[in-house]
Design a protein around this ligand. Structure first.
Ligand code: ATP
Ligand code: MN
Length: 463
């Protein structure tokens, strides 16, 4: 007989059906001659209540081994439950113990653990209610993302993880090398001689797949990347990881407005999909993690995002009767406190801010008329701040060359990127969405380290 998933049994199981389940014991309550255990197989927040009584073979030895954390297989019959909290339970006919778990040392006892502690046992924490729910929602977000783009005819493209171009020019790069670090080859100037390195020049872990996505958009029109990106930013915040996943759609024949429309439709789609596919998990977050997540999700799905220019945003911030740590004036990069004020307090919903000063944005963003601003846009969300950053790209060769010079980029490295403007250039636009930020936003989890299975942050690469 095929093993059934607990989620399926809880939803579709009928009394008198015989089933087999496999999973991990969450709790056990022993009474005279019988016991209740809850078995969780990761398919849903709720486990299945299993009743064991002394009619099953080897009851006395088995019951000693059915402890929190143990892995077991149960065959039996579904029966209506007498207890509160579930309508169906499993009456065991036989139990197989796969692996015992020592009661004394198993770190996940029934009490509540702090997320800090759980991070120290990331190899076990997925078996808790909260992290279980997080990773199911994470999976649903990923599915929603692919489904959204595939339904719209976007092609999923795979940008390289190792690259020789620093897309943002931000300098938060991890170097990739196979040189002997204890005996580095040096040139006459005393600098590291990268010509002897694996790629014959400096190479890095990618910070963004955008430039390559632009290449592919110039052949397939609408494309997206969805993969890991890396930033060696030494910022210990609750919103930054050294390794995170990014989604980067890129559209040919598209301007900034089309880009904003896509971003809004996209976020709405993800939220709707997760609410529909993970209702239990979402209710759990709303009850235990952040009492506003369901209302926020509703707000996102049902309201139009606010759209303002950077100039307007600065005006609003200057007028705000609130003291900011970083003073506001035209030209500054908006800080998290500013972003959150706009989204959380002023508009109380996501806000798309566009047309930022060119000095604070990347070289590839399209220069606006008047040449003070570029066609960039950020989507700011309540509780999170920036969740999406995007722009219309500079498609004019002469302007792009000028911008590369102004920003001190190395145009030799970008010859292929410039070629796109030489051969069949078109207006195009795209954005980057931090995948973990979405999961954080969805679930209300305050620390980004708790929405990725194995977080990579400064001084931390365990597991
Ligand atoms: P921030 O100001 O929050 O550091 P950024 O301006 O550096 O963001 P972009 O370079 O525009 O971000 O990257 C695109 C998206 O990737 C961001 O909108 C954000 O959602 C996400 N992101 C950026 N850096 C990180 C990080 N270190 N960890 C997780 N997500 C990130
Ligand atoms: Mn950053």
């Amino acid at each position: 007989m095929e093993t059934r998933r607990v989620a399926d049994i809880l939803k579709n199981g009928q009394p008198e059906e015989t089933v087999i389940i496999k999973g991990w014991v969450r709790t056990k309550r022993e009474l005279k001659g019988f016991a209740f255990t809850e078995v969780n197989d990761g398919s849903s927040l709720a486990g299945l209540q299993v009743v064991l009584d002394n009619e099953i073979p080897d009851y006395d030895t088995i019951i000693k081994k059915v402890n929190t954390g143990a892995s077991i297989e149960v065959a039996g019959k579904l029966v209506p439950s007498q207890g509160k909290g579930q309508k169906i339970e499993l009456k065991a006919n036989s139990v197989i113990i796969y692996g015992e778990a020592d009661l004394e040392t198993y770190p996940l006892q029934k009490k509540r653990h702090s997320f800090e502690f759980l991070r120290t046992i990331s190899h076990l924490r997925s078996r808790t209610n909260t992290l279980g729910a997080v990773f199911r929602v994470r999976n649903a977000c990923a599915t929603a993302i692919h489904q959204f783009f595939q339904e719209k005819g976007f092609m999923w493209i795979h940008s390289p993880i190792i690259t020789a171009s620093d897309c943002e020019g931000a300098g938060e790069l991890f170097t990739v090398t196979n040189l002997n670090l204890n005996n580095l080859p040096k040139n006459d100037a005393g600098e590291v001689d990268y010509s002897q390195d694996f790629f014959g020049k400096p190479a890095y872990l990618t910070v963004s797949g955008q430039l390559q996505a632009e290449v592919m958009a110039m052949a397939f029109q609408n494309v997206y990347t969805f993969g890991p990106t890396f930033r060696a930013e030494n910022s210990n915040t609750s919103r930054h990881l050294a390794e995170f996943w990014m989604v980067e759609p890129e559209m040919a024949f598209c301007d900034l407005e089309g880009d904003q429309n896509l971003a809004e439709e996209f976020l709405k789609y993800i939220f709707k999909y997760v609410l529909e596919t993970c209702p239990e998990d979402m209710e759990f977050f709303n009850k235990w993690i952040n009492k506003t997540v369901l209302a926020t999700a509703d707000n996102i799905i049902n309201n139009e995002f606010a759209r303002i220019t950077y100039t307007k945003a600065v005006e609003l911030l200057e007028k705000a009767d609130k003291k900011f740590e970083f003073p506001v004036e035209w030209g500054i990069d908006l800080q998290s406190e500013h972003e959150r004020y706009l989204a959380e307090e002023l508009f109380k919903k996501p806000v798309i801010v566009s047309n930022y000063p060119k000095e604070i944005k990347a070289f590839y963003m399209r220069l606006d008329e008047g040449e003070k601003t570029v066609s960039a846009m950020d989507v700011l969300a309540p509780n999170i701040g920036e969740i999406i950053g995007g722009s219309q790209r500079e498609e004019r060769l002469d302007v792009l060359e000028r911008r590369i010079q102004e920003t001190g980029m190395e145009s030799d490295d970008l010859w292929w990127y410039l070629d796109l403007r030489r051969y069949g250039t078109v207006p195009h636009a795209g954005f980057g969405l931090g995948f973990e930020r979405v999961v954080q936003f969805m679930t209300g989890m305050t620390n980004i380290r708790d929405v990725i299975p194995f977080p990579r942050t400064p001084l931390n690469a365990e597991f």
